[in-house]
Design a protein around this ligand. Structure first.
Ligand SMILES: *Cc1c(COP(=O)(O)O)cnc(C)c1O
Length: 367
C-alpha cells in the first residue's frame, strides 16, 4: 500500500488548484491535427522579439557553460539608467511571477490575510494558498478594483495586498488620484504590491507610474515584466522595485541564479531598443481599435481595456464558443476560472490575426 502523500502536503498545497495557462499552439496542433493556428490567449507581444535582444541572446549563448551573474549587474545598471532606480531597490525575477512569489515567501505566515479583488490576476490566490495564508477577496466595481472595499477589508491580520494596474483579465485601470488616496489610507504594516505588467501600454496622462510613488510609500512594491510590451515572455524576466529594506528581504529568498544569462542579456538589450517599445504600443493601439470596432459591429459588449487584450461578453456560455474557435484554429482565453463564464479574453494580435479572430467569432456565434 502506498503512503497518503496528500496528507503529507502542507494544508495550503492540499487545497491548491494549479494555474491554467493559455493553450500552446503545438498542443492544439497535436489534438486537432490542424495547422495555421493563431494564439491570442496569453497577452504575448505579436510583434516578434526585438532584433537587438535576439542579437544579445545569440552572443550570450556561448557563455552557456557558466552560471549567470547572480546579481544581474548589467541588467540592473540598464534599469537604473532607464527608470532612475537604485540597484538596492531592485530584485530580478524569472518573470514577474517569480518576484510575486518571493514577496509571498518573504512576508506570509500561515493564517495571515492577503487582500485582492474579485477578477484579479489568478496568480494571487495561488501564491496565497501555497503559503497557507488566507485570501480576502473584495467585490469588484465595474470589473475593476473597488479600492474602498479593499481598504475596508484590511484587518490586523492583513500582511499583503495585491493590485494589478491595469488589471488582467479585465483590462481596467486605476488613475493616480484614487490610487494615491488609497495608498495614504493603508497602514505601513501592510505591504502593497502594485503589479504593473501592462503599464507600458497605457497612454492616459492620469495613469500613475508606481515607480514614482516608491519614495512616498515605503510599504509599496512595484512589479514589472519583460513578458508583455517588451516581447520576451519565453525568456522569463521581470523585476520588483521597492525600498532597500524590502529589497534585501526579497533577495534572501531568491534562488541565486533565478534569471538565466540569456534572459539577462535580452532584457538589458531591449531596454536600449526604444523603437521596439514604441512599435509595440502603436501596434497595440491600432489592434485594440480594430477589435473594438469589429466587436461593436457584431453587437458584442466588451470591457474597455488599458492592456494588450480585450475581454468580451459573448452573452452565452463562453466555453463552447472557446472550443468552437479552437476548431477554427483560433486560441483565446475562456474566463470561467475567473468566475466570468460568459467572457472570453482576446490578446491583441497582428492586424491579420485580429481580423481572423473576428471572422471566426462571427461564424461561431452564427451557429
Ligand atoms: C502577464 C502578467 C504578469 C507577468 O508574468 P511574467 O511572469 O512576468 O511573465 C504579471 N502580472 C499580471 C497581472 C500579468 O497579467
Amino acid at each position: 500500500m502506498s503512503c497518503d502523500f496528500m496528507a503529507l502536503a502542507t494544508p495550503g498545497v492540499q487545497g491548491l488548484h494549479p494555474y491554467e495557462a493559455g493553450k500552446p499552439v503545438e498542443e492544439l496542433e497535436r489534438e486537432l491535427g490542424i495547422s495555421n493556428i493563431i494564439k491570442l490567449a496569453s497577452n504575448e507581444n505579436p510583434l516578434g522579439p526585438s532584433a537587438m535582444a535576439m542579437a544579445a541572446v545569440e552572443s550570450a549563448l556561448s557563455e552557456s557553460t557558466r552560471y549567470p551573474d547572480s546579481n544581474g549587474f548589467g541588467l540592473k545598471r540598464a534599469l537604473r539608467q532607464y527608470y532612475g532606480l537604485a540597484a538596492d531597490q531592485l530584485t530580478l525575477g524569472n518573470g514577474s511571477n517569480d518576484v510575486l512569489e518571493l514577496i509571498t515567501r518573504a512576508f506570509l505566515n500561515p493564517d495571515d490575510e492577503v487582500v485582492f479583488s474579485e477578477y484579479a490576476f489568478a496568480v494571487y490566490p495561488i501564491l496565497t494558498q501555497a503559503c497557507s495564508a488566507k485570501a480576502v477577496i473584495t467585490p469588484a466595481r465595474d470589473y475593476g478594483h473597488n479600492l474602498q472595499a479593499m481598504a475596508e477589508a484590511i484587518s490586523d491580520k492583513t500582511r499583503l495586498l495585491f493590485i494589478a494596474n491595469p488589471n488582467n483579465p479585465t483590462g481596467t485601470a486605476l488613475m493616480r488620484e484614487e490610487l494615491v488616496a488609497f495608498l495614504d489610507s493603508v497602514p505601513q504594516t501592510v505591504i502593497v504590491v502594485l503589479d504593473e505588467a501592462y503599464t507600458e501600454y497605457v497612454e492616459s496622462a492620469d495613469f500613475p507610474d508606481g515607480l514614482e510613488l516608491l519614495p512616498q510609500y515605503p510599504n509599496l512594491i512595484v512589479t514589472r515584466t519583460f513578458s508583455k510590451a517588451w516581447g520576451l515572455a519565453g525568456l522569463r524576466v521581470g523585476f520588483a522595485a521597492a525600498n532597500p529594506e524590502i529589497t534585501d528581504l526579497l533577495n534572501r529568498v531568491r534562488q541565486p541564479f533565478n534569471v538565466s544569462h540569456l534572459a539577462l542579456a535580452a532584457a538589458e538589450a531591449v531596454l536600449s531598443d526604444h523603437d521596439y517599445l514604441k512599435r509595440s504600443v502603436d501596434l497595440n493601439r491600432d489592434g485594440m481599435q480594430q477589435l473594438e470596432e469589429g466587436l461593436k459591429l457584431q453587437g458584442l459588449g466588451f470591457i474597455p481595456s488599458y492592456g494588450n487584450f480585450v475581454t468580451v461578453d459573448v452573452a452565452r456560455p463562453a466555453q463552447p464558443v472557446f472550443e468552437a474557435l479552437l476548431h477554427e484554429g483560433v486560441i483565446v482565453r475562456p474566463l470561467a476560472p475567473y468566475r466570468m463564464p460568459q467572457h472570453l479574453r482576446i490578446s491583441i494580435g497582428l492586424p491579420e490575426e485580429n481580423d481572423r479572430f473576428l471572422r471566426a467569432l462571427r461564424q461561431v456565434l452564427a451557429c
